[in-house]
Design a binder for this molecule. Structure first.
Ligand code: IMP
Length: 427
């Protein structure tokens, strides 16, 4: 048995794509279990750039089974665009499996996402406007449309009619905008259904079989711990469960089947969207990190907020997901800094906090307790062995490991597949 979950430990954009891409080469099956096209990562294969939002990155390797699990919300238009792009590039998509229980993003979800954000004014969440929240709202309200419904024209038509009646009323009465035409939406989605039909199946059953047969299964997390609906900086979160436990629900596997959890930790912090960010740098160092790290969103192009690495956040992620090893990414982005700060605690009203505060008011007011460590001020992008890293780089990583009580597993020193230092065998 070998099932590995890779999750983001911070606010997303930790570089999970590169770590997943590295591990996907060794896996037989790669699974997405949460979120939707709000996620985005760029993978470069033989000089060609692929921006993936919904397809698991294993799709870029021949012979891997790729699964879009029941916990994912699927925008059929975006998924089909990605499938077509792969086919144009000669990449085989026949091993793609889409859960028949996954919920479908409808055009009214996208519109409601945008209108709701506008309506919130200064309290906006800063969503990706991909319809993610409204689709999960319908799932929880038990009025959502699943892939299995989409494939049944009669069922789909009746669910669409019921939903459109309600959504059009809401759009017109509350937001003062025109609703959607039933026939147009129905036709559009039934066309998607026919194209997606060959891929749709009971993916949980397929995963049980794969795990039972001893196949290596990689669960590719999207978003990250502090965007988790329950455990993140609510309400500035996404509407799903990016933590490792989310893989059980979002893919339909039991916790005892998970072998290892890898937490991806960017060597500094970033966040897109609104919400508190204790170690945010609103100065030249923050700008330096943003420019050197090209910290602009893959999905929205927004500049990311940048800050020092927050070990309190990583430790919290470790506890929530039972992280076995950290995969450190983008360490090379810090190469030029003379000194680097690591946040090792939060002080609130003069007292050190022992836990991540649930109150955002408190989190917005905490004072980070920093340890200042000397930088290494040398190019580390060509280093391939841990022992060859500059002593100050090792000191930074080892201090992080001490504070979080999580072992180092992988260190990435650049975007290339070869720029990866492996300290622990994962598969
Ligand atoms: P939503 O998931 O589009 O509803 O957005 C909710 C929050 O999660 C916003 O702050 C987004 O910026 C953030 N978010 C969603 N997906 C990602 C991601 O893949 N990376 C980073 N932030 C994300």
């Amino acid at each position: 048995m070998s099932a590995v979950v890779v999750i983001g430990t911070q606010w997303g954009d930790e570089g999970k794509g590169k770590i997943v891409d590295y591990l996907a080469e060794k896996a037989d099956v790669v699974v997405r279990y949460a979120g939707g096209s709000n996620a985005g990562h760029t993978v470069v294969v033989e000089g060609k750039e692929f921006k993936l939002h919904l397809l698991p990155s294993g799709i870029l390797y021949p012979g891997k089974t790729c699964v879009v699990g029941n916990g994912v919300v699927v925008d059929p238009e975006i998924l089909l665009q990605e499938i077509h792009r792969m086919q144009q590039e000669g990449i085989d998509t026949s091993s793609l499996l889409i859960s028949n229980r996954a919920h479908v993003i409808m055009p009214y979800h996208r519109l409601l996402d945008a209108l709701d954000e506008e309506n919130r004014g200064e309290h906006k969440i800063g969503t990706t406007k991909r319809g993610i929240g409204p689709c999960y709202m319908d799932k929880n309200a038990r009025i959502g449309i699943r892939m299995v419904d989409l494939l049944d024209a009669e069922e789909f038509s009746s669910k669409l009619a019921r939903n459109l009646k309600e959504k059009n009323q809401l759009l017109q009465a509350v937001y003062g905008v025109e609703g959607f035409d039933y026939d147009t939406v129905r036709q559009e989605y039934l066309t998607y259904a026919e194209e997606l039909r060959p891929y749709v199946t009971d993916t949980a059953a397929a995963l049980h079989q794969a795990i039972g047969n001893g196949h290596k299964v990689l669960f590719e997390g999207a978003q990250a711990t502090l965007l988790d609906l329950d455990h993140g900086t609510y309400p500035y979160v996404t509407s799903s469960h990016p933590i490792a436990g989310g893989a059980c629900i979002g893919a339909g596997i039991g916790p005892s089947k998970i072998d290892k959890v890898i937490g991806v930790v960017k060597a500094y912090s970033t966040r897109v969207g609104e919400g508190p960010f204790p170690t945010e740098l609103l100065d030249a160092t923050g700008d330096h990190i943003r420019e050197r790290g090209h910290e602009y969103g893959t999905t929205t192009g927004r500049p990311r907020r940048c800050g020092w690495l927050d070990a309190c956040v990583v430790k919290y992620a470790g506890q929530l997901s039972g992280i076995d090893y950290m995969a450190i990414t983008r360490l090379d982005i810090l190469d030029e800094l003379a000194s680097i700060k690591l946040c090792v605690g939060y002080r609130y009203q003069g007292k050190l906090l022992n836990e991540m505060p649930a109150s955002l008011k408190v989190l917005a007011q905490v004072e980070p307790v920093y340890e200042e460590l000397p930088g290494w001020q040398q190019d580390i992008s060509g280093i391939r062995k841990y022992e060859d890293l500059p002593p100050n780089a090792k000191r930074y990583l080892e201090r992080l490991s001490e504070v979080t009580n999580i072992d180092l597993g992988i260190v990435s020193v650049g975007p290339g597949r070869e720029q990866t230092i492996i300290m622990k065998t994962i598969f």
